[in-house]
Design a protein around this ligand. Structure first.
Ligand code: 6PG
Length: 225
């Protein structure tokens, strides 16, 4: 796993944007982009909206989602849509949510949709964040979702968040060409250190074939020495 340390969170967003735009521009086929949840990627989504092009060639999907209505403030898909995907002509596929289905059924249906979308291609880039406990996507410490190896997408209850989550599993994440981890702020510093010691869910991202690049600011990189 590679560290790309920057002076500020604004510099992290600009660097990640430049990396993604460069890969989009050079994609030989459609460009497959996994999206991070949480708040950190919002600045990158805004810059991608301002600076990106060729969006009609992009297939985007969510590396995880909270089990909440599509228009909920909790929804990762809502944030990505409002900041970026409502403004460009990319193809964004989001998990279904309704009172008539369960989180696990939605995860299974989403996996079927993703497999159809991907065909024989790998995700070109998967953007991920990391929590201050070292979780990534919705792969939280102590949850069974960490251990799923026979599917690409799963669901489960996350007691730390008091909610059900849907998440890409390690097999899907490890299948990407490139994983970009966005982690900024002093509150992430100890989890970054623990991740590079292999002691967090985010620290296992490097166990597959994907190249893993960590985009850090001075604060989140401060315990790496
Ligand atoms: C989610 C995310 C999660 C997020 C981290 C960091 O749905 O919450 O996918 O993994 O990336 O919790 O969140 P912040 O960027 O808000 O710190």
């Amino acid at each position: 796993m590679e560290v790309l340390a920057h002076e500020s969170r604004a510099a992290v967003a600009q660097a990640a944007t430049g990396r993604i735009i460069d890969l989009m521009a050079n994609a030989p086929d459609r460009f497959n982009l996994g999206l991070a949840g949480g708040s950190t990627p919002e600045a990158t989504y805004q810059l991608l909206r301002d600076q990106g092009s060729g969006w009609d060639n992009v297939d985007a999907w969510l590396s995880d989602e909270r089990w909440a209505s599509p228009d909920s403030e909790r929804s990762n898909g809502r944030m990505a849509s409002e900041v970026l995907f409502d403004h460009v002509d990319a193809n964004l596929v989001r998990p279904e949510w309704s009172g008539a289905t369960t989180p696990q059924q939605s995860a299974e249906n989403y996996e079927t949709e993703l497999r159809s979308l991907f065909g024989d291609r790998k995700p070109d880039v998967v953007m991920l964040g990391m929590g201050d406990d070292g979780h990534t996507a919705s792969l939280f410490p102590g949850t069974e979702m960490l251990d799923v190896r026979d599917s690409w997408y799963t669901a489960g209850h996350v007691p730390q968040q008091c909610e059900d989550r849907l998440t890409a599993t390690y097999p899907l994440l490890w299948n990407a060409r490139l994983i970009i981890v966005l982690a900024v702020g002093a509150n992430k510093a100890s989890a970054v250190r623990a991740s590079f010691d292999g002691n967090t869910p985010a620290g296992l991202l490097g166990e597959g074939d994907a190249i893993v690049e960590w985009y850090l600011d001075r604060e989140s990189a401060s315990e790496l020495g």
